[in-house]
Design a protein around this ligand. Structure first.
Ligand code: 5GP
Ligand code: MN
Length: 331
């Protein structure tokens, strides 16, 4: 956690960054708005200080972020000659996918900037704070660096904040996030444009995939889940990104405590993307199953076929709900 140590850690990160001639910044696989926004925002700010920056993501960037300047320059390769490595929004090195190269990561300073409770503190410096978005930690670092917050940097960071708070609707939003959003808007970022482009527009492939998945949604007690098979994705012309947002939609079902979307990956595993309602914490079970996340938004990717993984995850979630219900009654 940054709290208490905030300034010291920010100063250590600042020292590494200001001394470096070149910086590599990487974000997690299947990037969301917080990953892309934090990547672009920090990259622009460091470039304004004269630093050469490589921005990287192992997976393609969803087209809905195309409006953010600099998206086209994001590469998919691991670091090579850059002097300092920064990771954003990645709770562990596995989430970096093909960007992670053990030898390279152990040969230079790594600044781990993240907001997940399950972060494994893999950096030389760990700027880890359980805020609603990584973009806010990037903003604190930018201020500490004395770097420019121009319109495009602010738009990138506001995209991160807006995405991870689902337009300021998540339970962890306080006046702090609204004040930060005001700072980004004062710098020229358009909240209306970001919400329109990131939330209000879906390609036909997404509608097709959601339609099929929602039609097959099932409940067990207070858990709702659905499945996305590779066959469904092929029929809809969909990519894994088309499934983003579906789990939050399922979680809006009345009388449901946990929503899960199971998706077959190309490498024979199943990704379980999970959301929990007020009062529940699913970060621990996701971590136990090899993934991670936040108390109310977590996930894991497990080797095996759909049936096996689904049954395993459902029984683990049922056990967690039982335990937490019991703990709640004990208090
Ligand atoms: P999402 O459901 O939006 O894909 O991910 C929810 C949260 O869980 C994110 O903060 C994500 O970084 C974290 N997470 C960690 N490992 C995994 C994983 O293997 N799959 C998914 N879906 N999320 C993961
Ligand atoms: Mn995030």
């Amino acid at each position: 956690m940054i709290r208490g140590l905030a300034n010291k850690k920010l100063d250590t990160a600042k020292k590494y960054l200001l001394e470096a001639g070149s910086v590599y910044i990487g974000c997690h696989i299947l990037p969301d708005g917080d990953a892309v926004g934090s990547l672009l925002g920090l990259g622009r700010a460091l470039r304004s200080l004269g630093k050469a920056c490589t921005l990287a993501c192992a997976d393609p960037i969803p087209f809905k972020f195309d409006f953010l300047p600099g998206v086209q320059d994001i590469v998919a390769n691991p670091p090579t000659a850059e002097e300092v490595i920064v990771t954003v929004d990645s709770s562990d090195v596995e989430r970096l996918g093909a960007l992670y190269d053990e030898a390279i990561f152990h040969s230079r300073p790594v600044i781990n900037i993240d907001h997940h409770v399950t972060n494994t503190a893999f950096g030389t410096v760990n700027l880890v704070q359980f805020l609603p978005s990584t973009a806010e930690i990037v903003y604190a670092l930018i201020k500490r660096l004395g770097a420019l917050l121009d319109k495009d940097t602010a738009a990138a960071l506001l995209t991160g904040l807006v995405t991870d708070t689902r337009c300021f609707r998540t339970g962890n939003v306080t006046t702090k996030q609204l004040r930060t959003a005001i700072a980004f808007m004062k710098a020229g970022a358009s909240l209306a444009e970001i919400t329109e482009l990131v939330f209000n527009r879906k390609p036909v492939s997404t509608i097709c995939l959601w339609g099929q998945s929602l039609a097959n949604a099932q409940t067990r007690g207070r858990i709702i889940w659905t499945e996305i098979s590779r066959d469904m994705m092929r029929k809809c012309g969909a990519t894994p990104n088309d499934g983003n947002g579906l789990v939050s939609h399922l979680a809006s079902t009345l009388g449901v405590d946990v929503a899960i979307v199971f998706r077959e990956t190309d490498d024979g595993r199943v990704d379980a993307s999970m959301r929990a309602g007020p009062g529940w914490d699913i970060s621990g079970v996701a971590f136990k199953l090899g993934g991670g996340g936040h108390p109310k938004a977590a996930g894991c990717t497990i080797a095996g076929d759909m049936h096996t993984v689904r049954d395993l995850v459902l029984s683990e979630i049922e056990a967690v709900l039982q335990d937490q219900k019991a703990a709640c009654h004990d208090q």
